[in-house]
Design a protein around this ligand. Sequence first.
Ligand SMILES: [Zn+2]
Ligand SMILES: [Zn+2]
Length: 244
Amino acid sequence: MNGAADPGLPPKRYVDGDDGHPQLVCDEREWLARPAPWGIGVLPPGVRGRKQRLFDHHHYPRLLRHIACEVCRPLVCGLFAEDGVLVPEVIPGDDARFNRWYTDHHGKQFCDGKPFLKQVRLWRTEVITDSELLNRLIDTTFNLVEKHGLPRQARTDAERSLAVELAGPNPFRPVAFDPSWQTDTTLSLAHGMYDSRDFSPMPILADALQDAGCDHPDVLAHCRDPQVTHVRGCWVVDLVLGKT
Ligand SMILES: [Zn+2]
Ligand SMILES: [Zn+2]
């Protein structure tokens, strides 16, 4: 891909975001025409909520595995925690300590992780806010990805399937979950998968849901689709657990 517009995508639309920056959006019609055209960030804030943080948690570390440095990679990947950016204590905030810490690990060698850690240092000294830190980490991730020349299409496909896994086929109209589908069996299966992050029992969950009277085609199909990679935040598991 050479960056040409994808013919399957609707034209991009922006509104003014909370921070005064233009925010890319999509509506239900656009989402259904092509689910998650640009990941999950296009959903209204009330719809994406916790799912946005889970998206960041799953998506960016996947791109950041291209940081070669053994010292920085786990630190940088660890910044994208499940419930928002988490800054490890080990990254010093003041310049002198940061430079000493960096030189101890890298000598005179520059590494791909440094631009990320510099953003953390700015955040620690309150030059930038939490949301600026996140935006800058994401921008820095894209710069890194460009530098490594990762194919754009592969990235977009991964982004879209993760967004649908988290938000469901139509986040504008969430599935009405019947409380009678929450049985001891479905709850224990869902809890087990959520806690262990082992989603191999998803087809068993489909059977248990069906036993409980669930006949929703999207729910059952999602559990049984062997092509889906489930992660913590899977829309069906969350539905069973009552998480939004
Ligand atoms: Zn490094
Ligand atoms: Zn799933």
